[in-house]
Design a protein around this ligand. Structure first.
Ligand code: KG4
Ligand code: ZN
Length: 342
């Protein structure tokens, strides 16, 4: 079964062709990083206009790399939310038109589900159940994953997402966008224990996150640092980056381990853009091997937003007979609890 997956939830125009919910025949991502770079973050209006410019060529490229035509598709899976509404609408209406004109079944996908399932694009897949931490620019959530379509939200961020904190702190430090990549690179030459930034654990049993206080703490520290010549001589920008990154990672690691312990499973998965971070991966790898836990993460191109994870999620819904009505609308907010069980 051949599924085309389309995702335009944020700033990447993505389309992919996936066979039988696993074999990626093509995965095309048109990044808008250079467009948003001068603003230090995604500008929604610019993002949706850029999606309009690119959607046709990105889908064409995905089909051409897969050596297939529209008539070969058994289904079209498209992200309907959550995300930037103007951006979502571009992918959704393009997918609707393509499905309607060619008589192909359409299936509506929740972006969170795509990230949770992205590990199944790899050859080594974890057995169910497992705990998944999806951590990106738009979300930081913990799920108990019992099977395809069977997710229980265990905790989520109460304010900023972890990737958003990386992006905002990179802007404060004058490092550019996207923040995660530049902070990770700079942090390599910094001392991670140079500054003790706050970690919001929100109580011993909480699985929720909060990163806005950390962002404010970095902002206040940087203001004082700029004003104080002696401080600038003893603390490098790289030390601030490394200490900030360490604070985020400490919280993420502690929470996923707590979620694993509370749910009693011995397998954990991370996904989403922040899951590209090598320090986070290495830390969890070490802890997992010390504790006899299975730890998995998808390759980086499947961690950041992509159409392949949407096609994969679509496959598991289409084989169960699910199909979206052409009147379906985009949703800027789309909690996983609202998903129809597949
Ligand atoms: O999953 P994604 O592509 O888009 C969303 O759904 O948000 O994630 C993008 C986020 C950005 O906030 C970016 O700063 C972060 O992932 N990110 C990283 C790294 N690479 C990307 N954060 C930390 N370390 C990285 N290496
Ligand atoms: Zn995402």
């Amino acid at each position: 079964m051949i599924i085309l997956g389309i995702d335009t939830s944020c700033d990447d125009t993505s389309a992919a062709v996936v066979a039988d919910g696993h074999r990626v025949l093509s995965n095309v991502v048109n990044s808008q990083i250079s467009l948003h770079h001068p603003y230090g973050g995604v500008v929604p209006e610019l993002a949706s206009r850029e999606h309009i410019r690119n959607i046709v060529s990105v889908v064409k490229e995905a089909l051409s790399r897969a050596k297939l035509e529209v008539k070969d598709l058994d289904g079209i899976a498209v992200t309907v939310g959550p995300g930037l509404i103007g951006s979502l609408l571009v992918g959704l209406y393009y997918a609707k038109a393509l499905a309607y004109v060619n008589g192909i079944p359409l299936v509506a996908i929740n972006h969170h589900e795509g990230h949770i399932l992205s590990i199944f694009l790899e050859d080594d897949v974890p057995p169910f159940p497992f705990v998944a931490l999806t951590v990106s620019g738009g979300h930081t959530s913990l799920y108990y994953v019992k099977g395809f379509g069977k997710y229980t939200l265990m905790g989520q961020t109460l304010d900023d997402a972890a990737g958003e904190a990386f992006d905002k702190v990179a802007k404060i430090l004058g490092l550019g966008y996207p923040g995660g990549v530049v902070i990770e690179k700079l942090a390599r030459s910094g001392q991670k224990d140079r500054i003790n930034f706050p970690r919001a654990y929100l109580g011993p049993d909480s699985l929720d996150f909060s990163f806005s206080g950390l962002k404010t703490a970095v902002s206040l520290y940087v203001k004082r640092w700029h004003q104080n010549k002696e401080k600038r001589a003893s603390v490098q920008l790289a030390d601030i980056a490394a200490s900030f990154q360490e604070a985020v990672i400490d919280v993420l690691v502690k929470k996923i381990m707590k979620a694993r312990e509370m749910s009693g499973v011995d397998s954990m998965v991370i996904a989403g853009g922040v899951a590209c971070n090598h320090v986070l991966r290495e830390r969890l790898k070490d802890i997992a091997s010390e504790n006899g836990i299975l730890f998995s993460y998808p390759r980086s191109e499947y961690c950041t937003d992509n159409g392949a994870m949407i096609a994969l999620a679509g496959y598991h819904r289409i084989i169960k007979g699910e199909q979206a009505d052409l009147s379906i609308d985009a949703r800027s907010r789309f909690p996983i609890q609202d998903l129809a069980p597949s």
